[in-house]
Design a protein around this ligand. Structure first.
Ligand SMILES: Cc1ncc(C[n+]2csc(CCOP(=O)(O)OP(=O)(O)O)c2C)c(N)n1
Length: 324
């Protein structure tokens, strides 16, 4: 059984302790760094962080320095799930033979390239074998560290260095991969989406996820905007992240033991009339500066379809969870 969790109601319920030092080299307003900072605050000091190559890694671990205030291992781009599985199994085994008496949690914090694409196989193996690991995906929607190349998480029409926008090719041709449905299909105890613009929701989802690790894996998909990669100025980061949810582009929901719950404020945005116009979100970013009104309509239709799919899953899920 999952343990009871104490949920934060305000910022006063979140620790002031910092586990990620400010002395790193990430860009101002980096969504990935904010994700890691909040996740660590929610998890506390007794964790081991597994982090594959990407912006978060290169900006926090410049030899001989580290910004990490918790044990940390940098792993190859493709094997975070496998390394985390090994560490979790080792902790379990050491506890069993009596040489360790600690419930140290294993956290993966990985980018979209390392998750949607190259690390997917290791992630799937970890989920299938049921390792008690929390995998946090910080999704900045491209391979940012190597210069804004398209990933499976990049949305349709977004301009990247590998899918530039012109009159023939309109940026990325394909839709964003639905990573949550892939994870949910492994029927793990807990999966959720979160957004750096809703930090209390994010912290609470990490707390809940950690409480399930004695039953199996948990996964949190966090929207983590990237000012240079998406093309907006630093001070707009939270505003743009919030718009992603307010327009229905990045809905907040949880998969809790095979039940889908659409969380506030996204539950209200199931009503199309209450959603903000997608145009506001799209036109605020240069990666979409070439997009026409017709193309925005196409993107809006994809959002409607996806929200309808979530709605059907939530309607079929029955009673809400016991958490309040
Ligand atoms: C096997 C392998 N291929 C390619 C690279 C080069 N590489 C390093 S970081 C990176 C991009 C990482 O993208 P993502 O996981 O989305 O994280 P972000 O940089 O956006 O934070 C790539 C392609 C690598 N390190 N290993």
């Amino acid at each position: 059984m999952a343990m009871k969790v104490k949920l934060a109601k305000s910022f006063f319920d979140i620790t002031r302790e910092e586990y990620l030092a400010p002395g790193h080299t990430a860009c101002p307003a980096c969504g990935a760094l904010l994700t890691a900072r909040l996740v660590l605050k929610a998890a506390g000091p007794d964790v081991i962080v597994v982090n594959p190559t990407g912006c978060l890694e290169v900006t926090t671990t410049i030899y001989p320095y580290t910004a990490w205030g918790v044990p940390y291992i940098h792993v190859a781009f493709e094997n975070a799930g496998a390394v985390a599985s090994g560490i979790e199994a080792a902790i379990k085994s050491l506890n069993k033979n009596g040489s360790l008496k600690r419930n140290t949690k294993v956290l993966v914090i990985a980018g979209d390239g390392g998750t949607y694409d190259i690390g997917l196989q290791a992630l799937s193996g970890m989920l299938e074998r049921g390792h008690g690991v929390l995998y946090v995906l910080y999704d900045n929607e491209a391979y940012m560290n190597t210069g804004i190349q398209r990933s499976g998480g990049t949305p349709k029409f977004a301009r990247t260095t590998t899918m530039p926008a012109g009159t023939v090719i309109r940026g990325k041709i394909e839709k964003k991969k639905d990573i949550m449905s892939i994870v949910m299909a492994h029927h793990i105890p807990y999966a959720a989406t979160a957004n750096v613009a809703f930090p209390i929701d994010l912290v609470n989802k990490v707390r809940k996820a950690l409480s399930y690790l004695n039953e199996g894996p948990a996964f949190i998909h966090v929207l983590a905007p990237c000012p240079p990669g998406w093309g907006f100025s630093d001070e707009k980061m939270i505003e743009i992240a919030r718009l992603a949810t307010e327009t229905g582009y990045f809905p907040l929901y949880e998969w809790d033991r095979d039940r889908l719950i659409i969380n506030p404020p996204s539950d209200m945005y199931m009503d199309k009339r209450l959603r903000k116009s997608l145009r506001e979100f799209v036109k605020a970013q240069s990666r979409w500066s070439h997009v026409t009104d017709e193309e925005i309509k196409g993107l809006e239709k994809d959002i409607d379809d996806f929200l309808n799919y979530l709605w059907r899953l939530s309607m079929g899920s029955g009673v809400p969870t016991p958490y309040a």
